[in-house]
Design a protein around this ligand. Sequence first.
Ligand code: IVH
Length: 672
Amino acid sequence: MNPADRIAQLCAELQRHNIAYYVHDQPTASDAEYDALMQELLALEATYPELITPESPTQRVGATPADAFGSVTHRRPMLSLGNCFSEEDLREFDARAKRHLGMDEALPLEYVCELKLDGLSISLTYENGTFVRGATRGDGATGEDITQNLKTIRGIPLKLTGENLPERIEIRGEAFLSHSEFKKANMVREEKGEATFANPRNAAAGSLRQLDSKITASRRLRAYFYAIGESLGWEPTSQSDLLEKLQNWGFPTNPHTEKFENIEGVIGHISGWTEKKNALDYDTDGMVVKIDDAVLQRELGQVSRAPRWATAFKYPALQVETVVEDIRVQVGRTGAITPLAVLTPASVAGVMVARATLHNQDEITRKDVRIGDTVTIQRAGEVIPEVVSVVLSKRLPGSVPYFLPETCPSCGSALVRPEGEAVTRCPSSETCPAQLQTRLEHFVSRNALNIDGLGGERLAQLIESGLVTGFADLFTLEKEKLLPLERMGEKLADNLLGELAQKKKTSLARLLFGLGIRHVGERGAAGLAQHFGSLEKLQGATLEQLGQVQDVGGVTAQSVFDWLQSSGPLLEKLLAVGVEAEGDEAAPTSDHFSGKSFVFTGALEKFNRDDAEALVRRLGGRASGSVSKQTSYVVAGPGAGSKREKAESLSIPILTEDEFARMLPEGTLEVK
Ligand code: IVH
């Protein structure tokens, strides 16, 4: 075979493999086979340079570095999209389009839903089927000429397949880097001692705006296409028609694209992708919703820089960027020092976040978080927001690493960090006002002694004035001593003293929870109270006996045991001032739910979760926080997530609140 024919054959074969791989996602050659063909072509072209065509796959390996990018004026502006953030917004978008079209609101409009790829918008011009120019979006009117770089993206056809190709057409889409390629690119940069990319989008942008296209070639960018600009010789009849044509010409189109008969179908689809999108190997930041019919699209036209026939639904961001304005430390009940980032308030998944935990010094050091840094924060479920990472490219000059203070900001004691532990502590558990304050706040809180009228500020005042130095002091407060305090009057003092006198009699479970013993949460406290029935019996318990209590694991048992050993005087004081913790409310009054274990999850609407769990215990059952094979029922409210899924996978019956209510003995709810 003569060299020209062999070159043409190799070009065609490599193009076929590219289309199979990038467009149809069905590879027809191994990497080694592909490379062998490429090497043969490169060798032939080196010998016969006059036979190199612009669309040869070898042209993808990168050209000689340029000095600067030329600019390209888009023949039709590259538009942006309006946003929707909720189902209501989508319905309003649908209604607005219908109003504009003079259409009956009850009639359906057909839509195409496409993933909103979070990469870089690009535009490719083809003349008679040959790729001639590629550009970035730029400001929408003018972009940069990145033809050489785009040629290195193997999914971009250098020549279109098919007949009757338009004389000139501009194809638009999104170039992006997959998560795996992003990691690889960052590994390479790290090895070279270069700054890593903050996210795949930045990495894609950095790769495409490389003056040396060999670097672009090494990054393995991908692209999906979904729109056209100017077109001479072909017009689509609909978005679906356009996507089909793009495929036929050899462009990769996103496989997760679907057509719907009306906006309700779109809404269902969008909600179904909330979680699913997180499993993809590339970033998406929403769903693009497009009216399918091209005639209607033209009639709707555009307003400012966005079409009226398309919108972008944005999923609430779980991660956002904001600035660390300050780092403060908090002293916990047990003296643990927790550093907190004070942030420029930012909305994370619809909730304003102004503070995020930095956990401890090791975490601060690992992430190298500094005051003034721009950081990525995240909120997952109901947990406290946390700082995920620092956006190093935005670090201000002159910033310095952060270290926890050496002394307690509350009492001035030297802080300690025991060998091998991550937590730094204030050792002055008896005298540190901050520790006392948080201990007291917990002691009087709703699920502990439930003392009304004792908020954080009032407690701080009582501590500062020296009237309260521990739990027991609360119950020996006298009216004459209270009255001189600021913002205190006769009535308030009477109310507070009345409340304290009344809440002195409490349940053992509430008292145990309120004492703030490490590892003892509400469930553990309820388990201990139910098991031992009285403080006296609990005090006499051995470590082994403690370990046998429901909802009390080995670590908790040890912690309770240690606490009891050292807290005799504290308990004596409480008893001396009249605190009574008998008549445990958690002691079962019936065996209605005996042997049954319940898990409550989701946002319960009819029951308060604590009350529902207490009710189950009163009826002889168990209330647990996690689903296991031992769980008898899961009661799920709206928004129930992983626990519900686990229950489904274990075939555990899932009840609504109403169904749970119907299981209760008659009259239970009234007498509660
Ligand atoms: S259509 C006239 N479809 O989102 C319609 N855009 O916010 C113009 N994008 O600049 C865009 N995926 O970079 C469209 N399936 C998709 C998209 C998409 C990502 C980007 C694109 C555009 C931006 C608009």
